[in-house]
Write a protein that binds this ligand. Structure first.
Ligand code: NAD
Ligand code: DAU
Length: 353
C-alpha cells in the first residue's frame, strides 16, 4: 500500500473498534486511519483519547445510514480499505427495538457497500472491504460440536438476524459486483472499554456497587470468550493476509457456562477489592430468561490458525484479571457511561425480571 493509504474504520469509538483503531494507528504510520462513529450510547471519545492527536488519525462524527454524507465522505477521502465495525451490538436491546438494528446493521452496511462500490468499481485491485461479524449468525449449538465457516446461518435474535442479513449483502456484492471483501465471525469478546450492558462489565460494575448480579435463566448457557486485543490482532492479520471472498471464524477455544464464569469473576473481584471470600457470590440472582436465548456458542478457529497463523494469546483468568484491573483503575470511565441514559436502560431492562 502507498504512504498515507486512507483506511476507514467504522465504529472506532466503540469497544472492539477502539482497540482496532489504536492497533492500526500505532502499527501502521503510513496509513491514514479515519474513525467514523455516530457516538451513540456505545461510542465514547474517551476510548481513544491517547491517540487522538496522532498525525495518522482522524475522527469523523457521522452516521453510516446517512447516504448523502457517506457518499460525499468516500468521494472526498477515497478510502482504499474499509474495516466495518459500526453496529447496534447488544442482543437485549435488539429485543426491545429491532428496527434500530435493521437500520444500522443492514441499511448502514448497504450504504457503505454502495459508497465503496461507486468509488472503485472500475478497478477494485488493492482495495478491501472487511466486514466484522459475529458467531451468533450460526444460531445455537447443542451440547456438542463447533461452528465452522460452513455451518448454515440460523440466527435467532433480531441482532443476529440483522448481522446475518448484512453478511449476506456483503457476499452478494462480492458475487455480483466483484467487490473484494472478507468477513470474520467472532465469538464473545471481553476486556477494557466494554460498555456495561454486556455480561462481564455489567457484573463488574454491579459487584463494585454491591448490586444484584442478574443471571438469566438457570445460568447454564455457554459462550466462547476471547480477549478483545486478541480479536484486534486477528482483524489485523485477516485484513492484511486474508483472501478475498473468504470467511474466517475467530474464537478463544475457551468455553464457559455463564454461572461458572460469574463465580470465577466473583472470586477474582473479591480478591481485587480485598473483600472476604464469598461476598460477591451472594449477589448472584437468577432472573427471568432472555427470550430466544441461544444455548451455546463455540467456535472452531482452525482455519484462521492454519491459513493466517493467528491464535489466541491469553489464558482466560489472566485476561479477566487484566479486565478487572482496568475497570477498577478507570472508575471515572465507568461513572461517565453509567450516568444519565444508562440508569433508564437498566431500570427498564431489569426491573421486571
Ligand atoms: P459497540 O456497541 O461497543 O460499538 C459500536 C460502535 O458503533 C459505537 O461506537 C457506536 O457509536 C457506533 N455506531 C453505532 N451505530 C452507528 C451508526 N449508525 N453510524 C456510525 N456509528 C455507529 O460494539 P462492539 O461490541 O465493539 O462490536 C463491534 C462490532 O463487532 C459489531 O459489528 C459487532 O456486531 C461485532 N462483534 C462484537 C462482538 C462482541 O463480543 N462485542 C463479537 C463478535 C462481533
Ligand atoms: O457471540 C458474539 C456476541 O457476543 C456479539 O456478537 C454480541 O455483540 C455480544 O453482545 C455478545 O452477545 P451475547 O448475547 O452472548 O453477550 P451478553 O454479554 O449480552 O451475554 C452473555 C451471556 O450472559 C448470555 O448467555 C446472556 C447472559 N447474561 C447477559 C446479561 C447482560 C445474563 O445472564 N445476564 C445479563 O444481565
Amino acid at each position: 500500500m502507498k504512504a498515507n493509504t486512507p483506511i476507514l474504520i467504522t465504529g472506532g469509538s466503540g469497544f472492539i473498534g477502539s482497540h482496532v483503531a489504536r492497533l492500526f494507528v500505532e502499527r501502521y504510520p503510513d496509513y491514514g486511519i479515519f474513525n467514523l462513529d455516530a457516538l451513540t450510547y456505545a461510542g465514547n471519545l474517551e476510548n481513544l483519547k491517547d491517540i487522538e492527536d496522532r498525525p495518522n488519525y482522524t475522527f469523523i462524527k457521522g452516521d453510516i445510514t446517512d447516504e448523502i454524507f457517506i457518499n460525499d465522505l468516500f468521494e472526498k477521502h477515497r478510502f482504499e480499505g474499509v474495516i466495518h465495525l459500526a453496529a447496534e451490538s447488544h442482543v437485549d436491546r435488539s429485543i426491545t427495538d429491532p428496527l434500530a438494528f435493521v437500520k444500522t446493521n443492514v441499511i448502514g452496511t448497504m450504504v457503505l457497500l454502495n459508497a465503496f462500490k461507486n468509488i472503485w468499481h472500475h478497478d477494485f485491485s488493492g482495495k478491501r472491504f472487511y466486514h466484522i461479524s459475529t458467531d451468533e449468525v450460526y444460531g445455537t449449538l447443542g451440547n456438542t460440536g463447533l461452528f465452522t465457516e460452513t455451518t448454515p446461518y440460523d440466527p435467532n435474535s433480531p441482532y443476529s438476524a440483522s448481522k446475518a442479513s448484512s453478511d449476506h449483502f456483503v457476499r452478494a456484492y462480492g458475487e455480483t459486483y466483484g467487490l473484494p471483501y472478507i468477513i470474520t465471525n467472532c465469538s464473545n469478546n471481553y476486556g477494557p472499554n466494554q460498555f456495561p450492558e454486556k455480561l462481564i462489565p455489567l457484573f463488574i460494575n454491579n459487584i463494585i456497587h454491591q448490586k444484584p448480579l442478574p443471571v438469566y435463566g438457570d445460568g447454564n448457557y455457554t459462550r466462547d470468550w476471547l480477549y478483545v486485543l486478541d480479536h484486534a490482532r486477528a482483524i489485523d492479520v485477516a485484513y492484511h493476509r486474508g483472501k478475498n471472498g473468504e470467511t474466517y471464524n475467530i474464537g478463544g477455544f475457551n468455553e464457559w457456562k455463564n454461572i461458572d464464569l460469574v463465580k470465577l469473576l466473583c472470586k477474582l473481584m473479591d480478591e481485587a477489592l480485598g473483600r472476604s471470600k464469598g461476598t460477591s457470590e451472594r449477589l448472584i440472582t437468577f432472573v427471568k430468561d432472555r427470550p430466544g436465548h441461544d444455548l451455546r456458542y463455540a467456535i472452531d478457529a482452525t482455519k484462521i490458525k492454519a491459513e493466517l497463523g493467528w491464535e489466541p494469546s491469553l489464558v482466560f483468568e489472566e485476561g479477566l484479571k487484566n479486565t478487572i484491573k482496568w475497570y477498577l483503575e478507570n472508575q471515572q470511565w465507568l461513572d461517565h457511561v453509567t450516568s444519565g441514559e444508562y440508569q433508564n436502560y437498566y431500570q427498564e431492562q431489569y426491573q421486571t425480571r
